[in-house]
Design a protein around this ligand. Sequence first.
Ligand code: ZN
Length: 342
Amino acid sequence: MKAVAIQQHGGPEVLQVVELPEPAPRAQDVLVRVKAVALNHLDIWLRRGGSGLRPSLPHVPGSNVAGVVASVGAEVKDLAPGTEVLVNPGLSCGHCEACLAGDDPACRGFQLVGEHLPGGYAEYVAVPRRNVVPKPARLSFPEAACLPLSFLTAWTMLVRRAQVKPGEWVLVQAAGSGVGSAAVQICKLLGATVIATASSAEKLARLQELGVDHLINYAEQDFVTEVRRLTRRRMVDVVVEHTGAATFEKSVACLAGGGRMVLCGATTGAEVKLDLRVLFSKRLSVLGSTLGSKGDLLHLLRLVEQGRLRPVLDRTLPLEEAAQAHQLMEQRAQFGHIVLTP
Ligand code: ZN
């Protein structure tokens, strides 16, 4: 089969079209014919190497897959070839305390399709049956591919970790990203007042369409000053962070007493300064989060079917243009997700 693999660590040019053997599904696996795969920042970290992410090379990235069941393993009796599906990229044992409590990412055997296992920059991907969920009928394959990683991550951050309540103020940093554009929608669903930051007027206009209450162009305005003005000096209850070093300290400064910072990434750098006196005197919480439970993804898909959450698709490119897609992401040229189609 045709695939795009990271041949060595480096710039986008290390993504090469290669010919690989089709994966062979084991007894409890499903072989999915990939129709669309959405990019995620993780793909860039894997390509660059470092940050503790050193997959064995060549590596096929891609954690957000929508496709069609091509074949099933001998023990899979409830899924027929031709079914339109989404892949939940989080693999876990399914029988430990964490898994049974719905806290899959805490499973000691937790792995991610596209990171620890070959991903969806390919014509086929094989995953366990329990990682396959129905594709929302109202969505195209590229739209559906935008859902799993970013929506599940944002849902876990806001619902399970920060526990956002109706009427609270939430600041979503870099809201034009996949996880950011998911977060603002989930915040509105939870009844919060949302302030979103982005770097261009075009992205801010798109965020307004998603229901954001207040917009800040962080390239032109100091977001701490703006948050102070918008909240009449009260500041916000929750900050959604995934940019890291470039914004972290100022994000802390945006929190009201008792505020929660929830973060799932550090795209601009992972080393930050934190004044512990501010942390204890303002009774702040800093909450790390990653992905989420399989059950939560099914719940999210129900909200998508009802039209209450929608995937944010920037553009679709052929799989062969993976390097160009990475370049666009590194330039933050996209709003939502860039999707590749094999
Ligand atoms: Zn487990």
